[in-house]
Ligand binder design. Sequence first.
Ligand SMILES: Cc1cc2nc3c(=O)[nH]c(=O)nc-3n(C[C@H](O)[C@H](O)[C@H](O)COP(=O)(O)OP(=O)(O)OC[C@H]3O[C@@H](n4cnc5c(N)ncnc54)[C@H](O)[C@@H]3O)c2cc1C
Length: 394
Amino acid sequence: MRVLVLGAGYAGLTLARRLEDRLPPDVDLVVVDESGEHLVQHEVHRVIRRPGITDAITARLEDVLDRASVREARVVDLDRDSRTVSLVDAAADSDDAVTDTVSYDYAAVCLGATTAFYGLPGVREHATPLKSVSDALTIRERFLDVCASGGTAVVGGAGLSGVQVAGELVALAEEEAAENVDVVVLEQLKSVAPSFPPAFQTAVRESLEEAGVDVRTGVTVERATADAVETDAGTVPADQLVWTGGITGGPAMDDQRPVVRGDLRLDDHTFVLGDAAKTVDADGEAVPASASAAIRMSKPVAANIARLVEYDRTGSEDGFRPRLEPYRFSVPGWIVSVGDDAVAQVGPKVVRGAAARAMKATVGAGHLTTVGAVRKAVDLVEAELGNGRRGAAD
Ligand SMILES: Cc1cc2nc3c(=O)[nH]c(=O)nc-3n(C[C@H](O)[C@H](O)[C@H](O)COP(=O)(O)OP(=O)(O)OC[C@H]3O[C@@H](n4cnc5c(N)ncnc54)[C@H](O)[C@@H]3O)c2cc1C
């Protein structure tokens, strides 16, 4: 019997570690990830200003998994009828050269999402997305050029990633003592951090504006050229464009994020967790795409896969298939960094400054500790809170 975990981000790695504890030892547990490492993606914007933090926010999967076997490969197709996935070599240029087809009894799709460009003319061509360390380094290089010559960097989209990128860019401009550099955030909806509570949105906007970011909400990007972003409110000159305007599914999911509900299943044998799906929880609440939610989804899914595996092997006393645990969205709060500031919402209370910044460092470090990367957790706290930050940075 085989259980496949596809993708080892927040959802996949936490799920795989839970399954290592819960599945009988003779069940083949395989984790497939194209990078072979876990990225603490909610800190990847920090790499723009502090490339040296990369080591603290990445962990080799072999180092944080125990009995699961790791396949470093790209999932290019999921065939739910035959219960197989097609893999290509992680380094392959084309998705056509399938090297292996792996069957499964249960699969958990935790492949995250890719950046959505919505077919906006010129945006894919002229913008840099932010999903990986390599994207962050590209953004850094381009922004240092803007700092050297003066100009405008535009960030399209003010979700969790856009807000935090803008915060890093203004802070980097200040560290470079750059003159005549503007950072503009364009957001189609009426507020920044649109999926989050109103008090949090207000505090995030204040923090961005105090840092010197030009925040424009209710503005829709229509196209991009080499030196400008055209919007429904006029043309914004842009020497650099970072695009964090939305997410969609990757090729293995036919470029879709399917909708899953309470038990996070697409069918009797296939679960989808994290950003890979649009999730509506057991109470009918839409779940924001976030690391916090992805991590918490792994708990009921691990319990449910373990129950189904046991049922398939031994049946049940009453002859019924096991009842599955529902997923209910609940997080303690939200935290974003804005350069050296941070904004945290804990319950109804919103805090900024040193307290929020300490919480932000603790969240990333807490996650690394939970997944077994304790040394990395210490490095991340040191880098985030400034102890030896230059060491981590330069
Ligand atoms: C800059 C930035 C800042 C953010 N800040 C926050 C924040 O402050 N708080 C918060 O809650 N969320 C934040 N987020 C959102 C958060 O990072 C995502 O919601 C989260 O990563 C989703 O987790 P996941 O496990 O679904 O996917 P991911 O973490 O994206 O993991 C997907 C995994 O699948 C692998 N993979 C992808 N495709 C394939 C394939 N075809 N084959 C094999 N492997 C594949 C990848 O290598 C990766 O390891 C931020 C995101 C960004 C980009």
